[in-house]
Design a protein around this ligand. Sequence first.
Ligand SMILES: Nc1ncnc2c1ncn2[C@@H]1O[C@H](COP(=O)(O)OP(=O)(O)O)[C@@H](O)[C@H]1O
Ligand SMILES: [Mg+2]
Length: 268
Amino acid sequence: MGGAALEVRDLVVGYGPVRALRAVSLEVPEGSVVTVLGGNGAGKSTLLRAISRALSFHGGAVTGGTVHFGGRPLHSLPPDRVVAAGVSQVPEGRQVFARMTVDDNLRAGALGSRGDRPAKAAALRRVRELFPVLAERSGQRAGLLSGGEQQMLAVGRALMASPRLLLLDEPSLGLAPLMAARIADTIREINSQGTSVLLVEQNAALALRLASYAYVLEVGEITLSGPADELAASDEVRRRYLGVVDEDAAADASQADTTHPVLSRWEG
Ligand SMILES: Nc1ncnc2c1ncn2[C@@H]1O[C@H](COP(=O)(O)OP(=O)(O)O)[C@@H](O)[C@H]1O
Ligand SMILES: [Mg+2]
């Protein structure tokens, strides 16, 4: 395990009386892309909020377990110290500051990072190389960008803090296939530049192409995990998560629906 690995152990999270995660454990080795697949309400956003310490802003709390990054406990840090510890989150729904310019959105992403001025300038160059459209539109209001461009801005803003680990919450959601594929290419490039990625997705086909290791989250519990290529090749995952239909699967379908109510709602 490398020096900047993420280790989540037996994480328990609740929103008041509602238990959203039960004893979730996972690892993101340094330099890797790891994905957590799950349908609506599985607990994917909750997991990322627990890691980034943003749960309290949503009325939730960690009630058990630990989160370590590079051997340091993240679970005891105040939320505003997580970015400085090297972990940045892109929240779901590509939240940009619509009335602020593209550049001001990016500058906001550098707040809280430990980088000095040259580090921030280098981060801005990297973001503009990854997303040339953000350089072209630097003075425009973010609200005028297309959905795909806003997702690029949300990712770019998180990269402004030069994170060692990027937490991505369903970056492909609501994007046309071509735009989703471009975002996927960029995630691959960000990773090849040395940033680890924890990607939560409903889009299993896209996520399994990007990740080396995958976990399946169902109603707050990890039910399946393994190397991404093995999961992508397994009949069970192909049938339930990748929409591959064969005759056996058709025969089993009604049974699968009753034993896995969440998976039957899968929209992959
Ligand atoms: N702010 C919140 N307050 C109360 N319950 C919540 C809140 N956010 C999520 N939940 C509940 O926690 C569970 C997991 O939700 P979430 O993490 O958003 O799932 P996902 O991101 O996989 O769709 C769901 O049952 C959801 O209703
Ligand atoms: Mg979510």
